[in-house]
Design a binder for this molecule. Structure first.
Ligand SMILES: *Cc1c(COP(=O)(O)O)cnc(C)c1O
Length: 363
């Protein structure tokens, strides 16, 4: 383990649990008694197959994923899912609903337009994506092929705090930046996808959870690797999967289980977000939260400051305290603290303390 104390607020790839890294270091040269690292063994070996199954089983247990859902580990990031989803489930004579709550939602919609029509039940673009819609603001199309939502908006710092009712239309969620931040009702979704590198692992592996009846509707005639059916029918082992990524994902999930499951992960996430939001709210002349209060994200906390000079000073002093990755996304400006699952409470507390002191000194 590194002895240098850093507070890692990067938005992604992001902080991983120290115990998951330590385990990887210990097992690096000898995975599961093979005398080789996990990167050096066949993905058809019984050791890797066991690992692949263990990662799936852990996720199934932690989230409580019913048996009629497949868990897939694929490559290409969440960005490839933006394209695969409409490629598999939309046709030229159909329309899909895209709820626009941030830049990632817009990118997802852009891909869908290549394969069919899209409608927008709600967009908060006019107010710089600072909020999540209420149920009664959703102008849903009952004939849509599916409804797409982004559960947490990484750039703008907003998050859904309820699962919308969409009738009989399949609901699909991009959970890349808040996957497994707490327990949620998988049964409300036809499909969920998440790039692992924010909340549950390293880059290179993307999780897809897909319900069997939705899977059955995949469009035929797709390139083999771009069809969900290929990955579902082959337990994600049609071709060589991202073996080290899956290994790290397993370590992260094992850590979640060890600390008490998603109830404990959620408790920690609320505690971390609270100290930082409290610091923002305590100094309204210095920090202005970007998100409306009831849309605030527990994963990405965004705020602006009175002027660029103060912002620069803030970033410089934070960096000197080894608080890294606090620069806001260019679409919002200001600051963003990502407080993903693996961020220790101490880091959130250190940032909050610094924010209080900075506000007092520069009042
Ligand atoms: C980061 C992110 C993406 C893009 O993920 P890649 O794995 O880099 O393609 C998509 N959606 C959300 C919500 C994200 O935070």
């Amino acid at each position: 383990m590194s002895n240098k104390v850093v507070h890692n607020f990067y938005a992604g790839p992001a902080v991983l649990p120290a115990s998951a890294l330590k385990r990887a270091a210990e097992e690096f040269y000898d995975f599961a008694g093979t005398g080789m690292s996990v990167m050096e063994i066949s993905h058809r070996s019984k050791q890797f197959e066991a690992l692949n199954n263990e990662a799936q089983a852990l996720m199934r247990e932690l989230v409580d994923i019913p048996e009629n859902y497949k868990i897939l580990f694929v490559q290409g990031g969440a960005s490839l899912q933006f394209g695969m989803l409409p490629m598999n489930f939309l046709t030229k004579d159909q329309s899909a609903d895209y709820i626009l709550t941030g830049g990632w939602s817009e990118k997802a919609q852009k891909e869908a337009k290549l394969f069919g029509n899209t409608k927008v039940p709600f967009s908060s673009k006019e107010t710089k994506f600072n909020r999540i819609p209420k149920q009664n603001e959703l102008n849903l199309d009952p004939k849509a092929a599916y409804v797409h939502m982004t559960s947490n908006n990484t750039l703008f710092g907003t998050q859904w705090h309820y699962i919308p009712e969409v009738g009989n239309v399949p609901l699909v969620a991009d959970m890349s930046s808040d996957m497994m931040w707490k327990k949620f009702d998988v049964k409300k979704f036809a499909m969920i996808y998440a790039g692992a590198q924010k909340n549950i692992g390293p880059s290179g592996v993307t999780v897809v959870i897909i319900r069997d009846d939705f899977l059955a509707k995949c469009n035929p005639g797709l390139s083999t690797m771009l069809s969900y059916k290929t990955h579902a029918e082959n337990n994600s082992l049609y071709n060589t999967p991202p073996t080290f990524g899956i290994y790290m994902l397993r370590n992260v999930l094992a850590w979640q289980k060890e600390i008490g499951g998603l109830a404990e992960v959620e408790r920690r996430n609320h505690a971390k977000a609270k100290v930082i939001y409290d610091a923002i709210d305590a100094h309204p002349n210095m920090y202005k939260g970007h998100a409306e209060k009831d849309s605030r994200s527990t994963m990405n906390i965004t705020w602006t400051m009175p002027n660029e000079e103060l912002e620069k000073k803030f970033h410089k002093e934070a960096e000197a305290l080894n608080m890294l990755g606090l620069k806001g996304h260019r679409d919002v400006g200001g600051c963003r603290a990502s407080t993903y699952n693996a961020l220790p409470l101490e880091s959130a507390q250190a940032l909050a303390t610094f924010m209080h002191e900075f506000a007092k000194k520069n009042a």
